[in-house]
Write a protein that binds this ligand. Structure first.
Ligand code: AMP
Length: 215
């Protein structure tokens, strides 16, 4: 099973991707985490990546392809969160997978823009385990600490100015690939507007089950 997750920033790709990965036993590749690992490693490449992320801009394709190629090689199943984000990236992925059966599906988590703003601006992340909370819909017991004990923080790119930019980038660069996968007959839409993670998960799970039963 090879699935890409599409959706606006804050659509729940991270949360739902993790559940798909655990339930269906498929490795989850999160583009942002791959980039963050590169930043952690330090060096010029990491610094350049950090600069783009802080401005809410897309990291240039050449960098993305280089780091992702390493991750994709020798995997016969995966869920990809955060990639592709442009038509060029979608075409690159098709080429990389062409000798290997191709992509199973693109799962599109549909959420309205206004809803996404509420979600992202209330979002807190655990520094240790990566879990997300939301101060409006899913508050932690202690606003400073995760269940696991790790400190909670707001992601640098979750500030309002950055979110606006990221939403623009989605509308301009990423929205066209929804049509791209629709034309290929690979698009699966899931309504992800409800702020109840479990309710959205039931729909996502059903959609993935339908995909696995077709394989
Ligand atoms: P995300 O958490 O998936 O919204 O990603 C956070 C940031 O990482 C984005 O705003 C981009 O700067 C960068 N990024 C993640 N995935 C990609 C990608 N496929 N292409 C270019 N930049 C990316």
């Amino acid at each position: 099973m090879k699935i890409v997750l599409l959706g606006r920033p804050g659509a729940g790709k991270g949360t739902q991707g993790k559940r798909i990965s655990e339930t269906f036993n498929v490795p989850l590749l999160v583009m942002r985490e791959i980039l963050e690992a590169e930043i952690e490693r330090g060096g010029d490449l990491g610094e350049r990546i950090r600069g783009y992320m802080l401005e809410g801009k897309l990291v240039p394709d050449e960098i993305i392809f280089e780091v992702l190629r390493r991750e994709l090689s020798s995997r016969d199943s995966f869920i990809l969160d955060g990639f592709p984000r442009t038509i060029r990236q979608a075409e690159w992925l098709d080429k990389v997978l062409s000798s290997d059966g191709g992509l199973t599906a693109a799962l599109y988590l549909e959420v309205d823009e206004i809803n996404v703003l509420r979600r992202i601006m209330g979002r807190l992340r655990c520094k240790w385990c990566g879990r997300y909370y939301n101060v409006f819909f899913d508050p932690p017991e202690d606003i400073r600490r995760c269940e696991c004990g790790g400190p909670l923080y707001q992601r640098e790119d979750d500030r309002y100015e950055v979110i606006k930019k990221r939403l623009d980038v989605f509308n301009e660069e990423t929205a066209p690939i929804i049509e791209y996968y629709e034309r290929q007959g690979k698009l699966v839409r899931v309504d992800a507007n409800e702020n109840d993670i479990d309710a959205v998960w039931r729909r996502v799970k059903e959609a993935v089950e339908a995909l696995t039963s077709h394989q």
